[in-house]
Design a protein around this ligand. Structure first.
Ligand code: URA
Length: 260
């Protein structure tokens, strides 16, 4: 029993080295290393066999990242122009994690992802899937609103540099939440998660993988708002039906026949 903490230290040191070297297997996420550090060896009722008690404190782990994000100035131009950072919202134990691009003007004002028109459509999709918004987790590739020239409205996509700078925060969020399924909304989310900018028409509706987590790619709600084409809306809904099947949620006849 006395030998146990040094043994754990050795394992942790080895895992940390692997992480530093960028080795993929076995995977040592930042959050699991934090959790392992909090392991306390305990004795069972007989007092003989030591057992591990890993206490998962996802809200605290997420709050710690959120605090770092709130004061992030890695992109000075974005730190200067944002009202506030937009970290992410939802259930730390969510089965589903939706990933968007970046905050727009509404999100920048409110500090919450997907609260504008696209957000209302996303919320409708989530609710039609049988969840409340607070049951799932919603985050973006970028935590700051991409700045726009003075006087111009609208949004611009994040630059590759902005994405590379901000992506480690999203990686940490995913590591902690460990959703059953990730849903990439649009091409920027795909690029952030897979590192490739493919053709949405070809990638959507198929299963991909982000590390070991199944990833469904679908269209961004803003695209649906722009096209208003029922056929495109139906495709997104079919993608969500695949997600429901993957997490083994019963699908009603009404859901199956639904058009967004
Ligand atoms: N579009 C996004 O990609 N994210 C948001 O938070 C809002 C709109």
């Amino acid at each position: 029993m006395n030998d146990f903490p040094p043994a754990l230290d050795l394992v942790l040191a080895a895992l940390e080295q692997m992480r530093e070297r960028g080795e993929k297997r076995p995977r040592a996420s930042r959050s699991s290393l934090v959790e392992l550090r909090s392991v306390r060896p305990t004795r069972s009722g007989t007092g003989r066999s030591p057992s591990l008690q890993v206490k998962s404190d996802k809200p605290a782990l997420l709050a710690a990242i959120q605090t770092r994000v709130a004061v992030c100035i890695k992109c000075p131009h974005l730190a200067r122009t944002r009202t506030q950072t937009v970290f992410g919202v939802g259930n730390p134990d969510a089965e589903l994690m939706f990933i968007g691009e970046a905050p727009g003007a509404d999100e920048d004002r409110r500090g919450e992802p997907f609260v504008g028109r696209a957000g209302q459509l996303l919320t409708k999709i989530i609710e039609t899937m049988g969840f409340q918004r607070g049951d799932v987790y919603i985050a973006n590739v970028l935590k700051c609103r991409p700045d726009m020239p003075p006087g111009s409205s609208g949004n611009r996509p994040p630059t590759p540099e902005e994405m590379q700078t901000c992506l480690p925060y999203l990686a940490e969020q995913i590591d902690i939440i460990q959703p059953k399924v990730l849903i990439a909304l649009g091409a920027t989310a795909v690029e952030g998660l897979l590192g490739t900018r493919g053709v949405m028409r070809e990638m959507r509706g198929k299963w991909h993988s982000h590390h070991d987590t199944p990833l469904m790619i679908t269209y961004h709600p803003s695209y649906l708002l722009r096209t208003q084409a029922p056929s495109e809306k139906r495709k997104v809904w079919e993608d969500m039906l695949q997600v429901l099947a993957r997490i083994e949620r019963p699908i009603t006849e009404k859901q199956r026949n639904y058009f967004l």
